[in-house]
Design a protein around this ligand. Structure first.
Ligand code: ZN
Length: 683
C-alpha cells in the first residue's frame, strides 16, 4: 500500500460546536454577508429546509460530471433503507402518507390538511416517525378519524395493505402506530436502567434482548484478531424459530432490491472512474454489496482511504452506528462530493503539524500516538446527500470507522464547505447571537471571528481530535457501550478547544489572534450551557451524543472553574448570561478534561464514562430551560436544518451517449420528497 498522500484543505463558514468516525452536525452560525439567493425554502415544526449550491460543478470535465451523476443515483437509491432501519413500519407509513398527498380529493384548504402536511413533512425529514435528533416519536396533530377520512378520500393511488387486509383494517392497524404515544415511543433509548434493545424502536433487532445481543457478539468476536471486522455492522439480529440469526444486507439478502439498484449505478460509475485506484475502490464496494461480507467492506475501506488523488469522492454504505443503542449496527448513508481545489492551504498546515499537536496535547504520554499517520483532510463540495445524510446532513465527516484501518491506513476527514456556507447565509437574519451574548464585545467578537474560529474548531476536531490518542491493548471502542459516542465527540471537541488557544495556532496562521480563539470559547460555553437547550422539549433530558458532549464539557468546566470564578453566571433584566472571566484558566480546564476523557477512552473505563456523562451531559436545569425556550420562541427560528438536493439531468448526444450533465436547484421540498418516493422506492 502506497503511503503517499495528497493532503488538501478546508474553508468553511460556520461557528460550530462539534462532531467520530464522525458526523459533525448542526453548526451555530452567525452572520457574514447579505443574501441574494433564496436559501431557505420552507419552515415547519422545529425544522427549516435550505438549498445548497454546488459551486465548481460546471467546471468539472464531462466525464467527472457523469461520474457525479451515477454516484448520485446510487446515493438516492438507498433512501428506503434508512426509513426501514429507523423503525419497522416507517416504509408502510411513508407510502401511505405519499399516497394521500398524491390522491386526496377532499378539501385541501381545511386547516386540518395543513396540520396533516406538517406531519408528512416531518416524517420525510426524519426518515420516519421519530424525531431525527431527539429520537422521540412525534404525533400527528390531527384526529385519527380525520386520518381515516384522508385515506378513504384518496383516489387513483394504492395503499400498502397486507394481503387480504381491507382498507378499514389497514387504517385500524396504523392507528396506534401513528397516534398512540406509548407505542414505540423512542427510536434510540440510551437509558441504561432499561434494556437498551427492547426499549428502542430501531429496526436493527427483532425478538432479542440486550443480553442476547451481547452474548451473540461476544461469542462470534475473535478478540485476538488484529484486524477485526465490524461485527454486526450491516445486519439485523433476529430470533427465528427459536434461534438467533443475522440477516445480512446484500444484493440477494436484506434490502436486496435497493442494493441491486445501488450496484446498477455503481457499475456505471466504474466505467467512468477517474483513475485505477478509484475504479478498484468502486469495484470493491460492489463486491461487498454482492457478498455482504464485512471483510470485503474492510478491503473497500482500505482502498477508499488510500484514494486521495481523485477529484470526485463518495461515501455509500452502512456507516455510522449512532442509531444503534448498542453502538454496533450502522445506518445507510451516502454523500457524493468533489474536492475544493482552492481551499487547500489550511488542511495542509494542520496535517503537516499533526504530530506536533499530538506531542503537545495535555494527555498522559502512554495514551498518545507515537506516530500520527494519515491525517488526510480535504474541503469538499457536496453534490448530493442521501440516506441518513438527507435531508439533515453532517458538516464534517471522518471515516472509516474501523479502528485498525485508521491506525494502519489513516482516515479521511472532510468538511462540507458548501453546506456550511448555506447554513451561514441562511442565518443572516437570526437574532440568536444578540439574544444570548453576554455583552456587545462578545457579540462583536463572534461576528468578527466566529466563522473563522468555527472552521478551525471543525478542522481540529475532525482532523486532529478523532485521529489522536491510542487505545491500550485489549480495549475496543465498544468498551464504553452507550457512552462511546458522547465520550468520542467530547474528545474531538476538547482537542479542538485546547489547541484553539495555543500560540501555535496563531503562529501557523490558522487564526489571526487570540481574540478569535476567545470567540470560539464564547460560543462553546453559551451553547453547552444554554442555547442548545432550544432543541430539547420541556421536561426532557439530553439524549443526542453531540449535545451530551457539549453539555458535559460546558457543565464540567463551569463547575470546576467556580472556585476561581472562571465563568460566571449573571442575570440581567430577568435573563441569564454566562460570562467567561479568564480564558487562560478555561483553556487549562479544557486540557484537564481532555486528559481524563483520553484516559477513559484508552482504558475503556466504562464506569468513569458513565458517571461523567450522567453527571454533566444529561440533565437539564428546568428553570433555565424554560427561560431559554421563551427567549428563543420570540426569535421565531427553527433549531434544526435540512437540505433539498440539486437535480442532475443527463444530456445525451446524437448517438444516445451522455455528453453533459445539467444541474438545477429546485425550491420545492414537497415536490422533491414526492419524486424521491416514486423514483427511489424499491422496498
Ligand atoms: Zn466528531
Amino acid at each position: 500500500m502506497s503511503r503517499k498522500r495528497i493532503l488538501v484543505s478546508f474553508i468553511l463558514m460556520a461557528v460550530v460546536v462539534t462532531i467520530s468516525g464522525c458526523k459533525k452536525t448542526e453548526p451555530q452560525p452567525e452572520a457574514v454577508q447579505a443574501p441574494e439567493f433564496r436559501w431557505q425554502i420552507d419552515q415547519f415544526a422545529d425544522l427549516k429546509i435550505l438549498r445548497y449550491q454546488v459551486p465548481g460543478f460546471e467546471a468539472l470535465t464531462p466525464s467527472q460530471k457523469e461520474l457525479v451523476y451515477y454516484l448520485s443515483e446510487a446515493a438516492l437509491c438507498g433512501r428506503d433503507i434508512i426509513f426501514d432501519e429507523n423503525y419497522k413500519y416507517n416504509l408502510t407509513i411513508r407510502k401511505t402518507l405519499d399516497a394521500i398527498v398524491e390522491g386526496y380529493k377532499g378539501d385541501r384548504t381545511d386547516p386540518r390538511w395543513e396540520k396533516f402536511m406538517v406531519y408528512v413533512k416531518r416524517v420525510w425529514f426524519s426518515n420516519g416517525i421519530h424525531h431525527h435528533y431527539s429520537t422521540d416519536k412525534f404525533l400527528p396533530e390531527i384526529e385519527p378519524d380525520y386520518f381515516a377520512e384522508l385515506v378513504r378520500g384518496s383516489q387513483g393511488v394504492s395503499f400498502p395493505v397486507a394481503a387480504g387486509q381491507s382498507l378499514d383494517d389497514f387504517v385500524a392497524f396504523l392507528r396506534p402506530i401513528l397516534f398512540d404515544p406509548t407505542v414505540a415511543p423512542k427510536k434510540v433509548s440510551l437509558d441504561s436502567t432499561k434494556d437498551l434493545v427492547t426499549s428502542s424502536a430501531v429496526n436493527f433487532y427483532d425478538g432479542v434482548t440486550q443480553a442476547d445481543v451481547e452474548k451473540y457478539y461476544e461469542k462470534i468476536t475473535d478478540k485476538k484478531d488484529p484486524t477485526p471486522v465490524s461485527y454486526g455492522l450491516n445486519s439485523r439480529l433476529v430470533r427465528k424459530d427459536g434461534k438467533i440469526v443475522e440477516q445480512v444486507a446484500s444484493i440477494d439478502g436484506l434490502y436486496g432490491p435497493a442494493i441491486k439498484q445501488i450496484v446498477f449505478w455503481l457499475e456505471k460509475a466504474v466505467a467512468v472512474a477517474e483513475n485505477d485506484q478509484q475504479k478498484k475502490t468502486i469495484e470493491a464496494l460492489i463486491k461487498y454489496y454482492r457478498t455482504g461480507n464485512l471483510k470485503d467492506f474492510d478491503a473497500y475501506n482500505v482502498l477508499w482511504v488510500g484514494d486521495m488523488q481523485s477529484r470526485i469522492d463518495f461515501v455509500n454504505g452502512f456507516i455510522e452506528v449512532y442509531n444503534d443503542p448498542m453502538g454496533r449496527k450502522a445506518t445507510w448513508e451516502s454523500l457524493v462530493n468533489f474536492k475544493d481545489l482552492e481551499a487547500t492551504k489550511r488542511a495542509d498546515i494542520i496535517s503537516a503539524n499533526a504530530q506536533w499537536f499530538e506531542d503537545n496535547s495535555p494527555v498522559d504520554p502512554k495514551f498518545k500516538k507515537k506516530e500520527v499517520k494519515g491525517v488526510a483532510a480535504k474541503v469538499i463540495t457536496a453534490a448530493i446527500i442521501g440516506g441518513d445524510c438527507y435531508p439533515s446532513t453532517p458538516i464534517g465527516i471522518n471515516l472509516p470507522n474501523a479502528n485498525w484501518i485508521r491506525v494502519n491506513y489513516g482516515s479521511k476527514s472532510v468538511t462540507l464547505e458548501n453546506i456550511n456556507y448555506s447554513y451561514n447565509q441562511a442565518s443572516l437574519t437570526s437574532g440568536l447571537g444578540p439574544e444570548f451574548s453576554s455583552s456587545p464585545e462578545e457579540l462583536e467578537r463572534v461576528r468578527t471571528y466566529g466563522g473563522q474560529a468555527g472552521n478551525i474548531h471543525t478542522d481540529f476536531h475532525e482532523v486532529l481530535g478523532h485521529g489522536s490518542g491510542q487505545l491500550l491493548p485489549g480495549v475496543t471502542p465498544e468498551s464504553l457501550k452507550n457512552y462511546h459516542s458522547t465520550i468520542e465527540e467530547a474528545r474531538g471537541d476538547l482537542f479542538a478547544l485546547y489547541f484553539l488557544m495555543d500560540p501555535k495556532t496563531v503562529e501557523l496562521g490558522l487564526l489571526p489572534n487570540v481574540e478569535a480563539a476567545k470567540s470560539a470559547y464564547d460560543v462553546e460555553v453559551r451553547n453547552g450551557l444554554m442555547t442548545q437547550l432550544t432543541r430539547i422539549q420541556p421536561g426532557k433530558t439530553i439524549e443526542e451524543s453531540h449535545m451530551r458532549d457539549r453539555a458535559l464539557i460546558a457543565h464540567w468546566v463551569y463547575e470546576k472553574g467556580l472556585p476561581e470564578n472562571v465563568i460566571s453566571r449573571i442575570s440581567r433584566d430577568g435573563k441569564t448570561y454566562f460570562v467567561i472571566n479568564d480564558y487562560g484558566k478555561l483553556r487549562k480546564l479544557y486540557g484537564d478534561l481532555l486528559a481524563e476523557i483520553q484516559r477513559i477512552t484508552s482504558e475503556g473505563d466504562y464506569e468513569a464514562a458513565k458517571s461523567l456523562v450522567e453527571a454533566y451531559g444529561v440533565k437539564v436545569d428546568p428553570d433555565l430551560h424554560k427561560e431559554v425556550l421563551a427567549r428563543y420562541a420570540k426569535l421565531n427560528l427553527a433549531p434544526y436544518t435540512g437540505f433539498i438536493n440539486p437535480v442532475y439531468t443527463p444530456v445525451t448526444g446524437a448517438s444516445g451517449k451522455i455528453i453533459d450533465i445539467k444541474i438545477s436547484l429546485p425550491e420545492d421540498y414537497v415536490g422533491q420528497m414526492m419524486e424521491y418516493g416514486k423514483k427511489y422506492g424499491f422496498l
